[in-house]
Write a new protein. Structure first.
Length: 129
């Protein structure tokens, strides 16, 4: 049996104590997020995927902040603002949510199903119809 490749350094730092100690936080469904994005005070939508993934296809209105740079961009976010994190499936955004929660952010949601489960408006050259 082949040995498993180690996790990238940032994932190890984010998951101190392993996945068993990962506190799951607030989650939001695509339908609810769309409703909030159309509201008076829409949340900040942050995509934590790689640059290549983000450029290929993304949810309209997102800002790109790669997970592997969270220690740089995380502290620049406002703790007073509602934030929704997304990635392809919700796993990386869950890691980002955990990091932000451990740094005092309380209004952070993880998009259930990630961008793969987003049935609404998207931008990018390689978005599926």
């Amino acid at each position: 049996m082949a040995a498993k490749a180690p996790l990238p350094g940032h994932a190890v730092r984010v998951l101190r104590g392993g996945l068993a100690k990962w506190p799951f936080g607030l989650e939001i469904h695509a339908e609810e997020l769309r409703r909030r994005l159309q509201g008076e005070k829409p949340p900040k939508l942050v995509d934590v995927r790689t640059s290549a993934e983000y450029e290929a296809c993304r949810i309209e209105g997102t800002v790109h902040r790669p997970l592997d740079q969270i220690e740089t961009w995380g502290p620049t976010l406002s703790k007073a603002e509602e934030i929704v994190l997304g990635c392809r499936t919700g796993r990386r955004s869950g890691l980002a949510q955990d990091w932000l929660a451990r740094h005092g952010f309380r209004r952070v949601h993880n998009l259930l199903g990630g961008t793969a489960g987003w049935p609404y408006e998207r931008a990018g050259a390689q978005c599926p119809p």
